[in-house]
Each structure stands twice: as structure tokens, then as C-alpha cells.
Design a protein around this ligand. Sequence first.
Ligand SMILES: *[C@@H]1O[C@H](CO)[C@@H](O)[C@H](O)[C@H]1NC(C)=O
Ligand SMILES: *[C@@H]1O[C@H](CO)[C@@H](O)[C@H](O)[C@H]1NC(C)=O
Length: 399
Amino acid sequence: MGRKTTLFLIAGVLGAYSVYTPLPDNIEEPWKLTWSTTQMKMTMNMALFAELLGINHLMSTLMFLLNFAEVPPTSDENVTVTETTFNSVPVRVYIPKRKSETLKRGLFYIHGGGWCLLSAASFNYDFLSRRTADRLDAVVVSTNYRLAPKYHFPNQYEDVYNALTWFLRRDVLEKYGVDPERVGVSGDSAGGNLAAAVTQQLIEDPDVKIKLKVQVLVYPALQALDMDLPSYRENAYFPSLSTSVMVRFWSEYFTTDRSLEEAMLSNQHVPMESIHLFKFVNWSSLLPERFKNGHFYNSPSTGSSELAKKYPGFLDVRASPLLAEDSKLRGLPLTYIITCQYDVLRDDGVMYVTRLQNAGVQVTHNHIEDGFHGAFSYNDMKIFYRMENQYISWLRENL
Ligand SMILES: *[C@@H]1O[C@H](CO)[C@@H](O)[C@H](O)[C@H]1NC(C)=O
Ligand SMILES: *[C@@H]1O[C@H](CO)[C@@H](O)[C@H](O)[C@H]1NC(C)=O
């Protein structure tokens, strides 16, 4: 068999495998989702194949390809877009051109991409931030941060924290015409993880005098301890985010050593001496019945302490915000959490809603029954505009 034939066969198998995507009946515009996720899966499979051949790290290939979807900081008739650095962290700033008598709201946005991919310049994030600035009449700061596999935890977290605390300086807010009483933080997926983590840190930081009014978490990742939640079981093969991809993202956040990923996949990465932490992510006590959905709670399994010694990040509250004590949660600002039914991360968000409510924090929970992970980035689909309208109206009312 010739080389070309072999490659053709491989491409054919990868292609056929990629097209098969069974979707739930209540997904709106299923063809659009099938089309986007098929392209995504084909790209993923090729990148995995290149990694298998030892050509390139999975995330480096994906990062290279996603660079083509970046757009320059172009101002339009309604919004001025510029790039600068906050505490040496590169950010993109969106300022509404509309003149106003009063100071504007400020929203600090953190993009998703599994701590490995995407940026403030990615088309979807530029689109969202520009529209948020215009519709909310807010100054939006969309931050970048260093990514894995080159940089691991806590670099991502620290970059975001450094940029946010810079924005919260009185002189910086004044320069951008932002009301210090009306600043919020928002992020999706890994960005929701970072948003929750920095918001927790901020309430304990005596050096930061200006505090956040709200936090918005869009299908956030909030814990790396239990990969066997009902939402992981039910959506393990959902085309926009599978368990295997999510576990890869989580493990890459801490290390490129694949042994952590392996242990996470079998849910045996938490050492015996940390078993007490499972109470913070106990879905049997933290999920309402409808999300438990008849699933059986297995007592957590544990593994060797080697991994946790080498990569303590996954047990760190700055990476797994669900590990915070109630006494800490109590000080959190007004919170808006969006979860999607078809999402391995659904139960992370739902458990955080319960934990915040138990701690007396005001939370609005918007669960989207026909939603799926990534919907907030699919701006060619109706569901994006529905979610965006709900997001903007909540912010209009509360920020
Ligand atoms: C600018 O705002 C106007 C009025 O709201 C709107 O019709 C127009 O589409 C906006 N332009 C852009 C580029 O978003
Ligand atoms: C989890 O919660 C259930 C029900 O509340 C309880 O029986 C179980 O002991 C808890 N397990 C852990 C590890 O916290």
C-alpha cells in the first residue's frame, strides 16, 4: 500500500469517526452544532494523531491553528478598542464611544480555553466583549494570561490576579471613567474557574481597597478532585466537550506529565491524606435531586501521594475554588452562575450554587436546559443570543 493511500485511509477513518455525533432531541439547530463540532473533532483528531507520532504537543498544534481565528483590536462606530498591559499582563480594552454624564460600569472578562488555548483576540471573545461594552455601556477589559503547556498553574491565575488588581486601582479606574462601585468580573469555562478563584482571593487581600460588585461564572470548572460526577457520566462523549478532553485540560493546567491525566481519568489522583477535601465536592449532598438523576454515589477512591506531592496544584483552592471553607465564601459578592444541561462541568457550577447559598451569598442560578458547553462562544447559533440577552439583562440590573 502506497504512502498516499495510507494517509487517505487514515484521513477517511478520522473523518468518519468525527461526523458521528448523536445529539439530544431538545438541542436547537442541531445541524449547526453538528457542523461546528465535526470540524472541531477532526482538528482534534489530527492534532492527537500528530502527538501520537511525536510531531507536536496536542495543545501546541491546536494553539497554532486557533491563532488564525484571532482578530486585531479594531475600533468600530460604537466602541474604541485598544491593547495595553496591566501590571505587565496584556489586555484588550473596549470603551463605549457613547458620552455619558456619569461614570461607567467596568467589567473584567476572562476567556476560556482549558488554561491552554484561545485569547482576548480570538474572534468569539472579541465579538462578545465589543457587544458587551456597547450594550451595557461598560468599559470591558478582556485579559490575556500565559497558557499551558508552556506555563502551568499558578501562572494563569497570577496573571489574571495581577491584571485585575491593576484595574481596581483608583487612578486606573478614573483614567477609564469607571465607577469604583460598579466593577464586576466575568469568565467562561476555564475563565469562569479563574474568575471564581480571583474573586475569592480578592476578598482577603488587604491591599485592594476597591471590591467587586458582582461575579459572573459561565459554565465554570470549579474542582479537579472528582471526575465522576453525574454530569461527567451523562456527558462523557458530548461533542463540544468530552470527559477525556476536559481531563486533559485539567491535567495540563498542572503538568505536562501524562501520569496525572491517567490517574484523573480513573478518578484515583487524590491521595488518602486529602480525603477530607471530598466533603467540599460531595455531589450526594450538594446536588439537588433533579441533577442527581438517579446516579449512585460511589465513595471517593484515592491513589498514591506521589502525584499530589509533585503537582499539589489540583488540591489548591486557587485552582479548585469549591475547596474554599464556608467562612471564606461568606464574603463573596453577588453572583450569577450559568450552567448548561449538556456539559461535564454542569455539576461543578450547580454545587457552587448550593455552597454559596448555604454560606448566605446572594446567587442567581440560570440553568439552561437545552444548553451545552461552549454555547456562549457559538455566535452563529440562536442559543448564543438567548444566553447573551440573559447575561446582559442580569448585568444591567445588578452591576
Ligand atoms: C452601533 O450601534 C447602533 C445603534 O445601537 C447599531 O445599530 C449598530 O449596529 C452598532 N454598530 C456595531 C458595529 O455594532
Ligand atoms: C457525602 O454525602 C453523603 C450524603 O450526605 C454522605 O452519606 C457521605 O458520607 C458523604 N461523603 C463524603 C466523602 O463526604
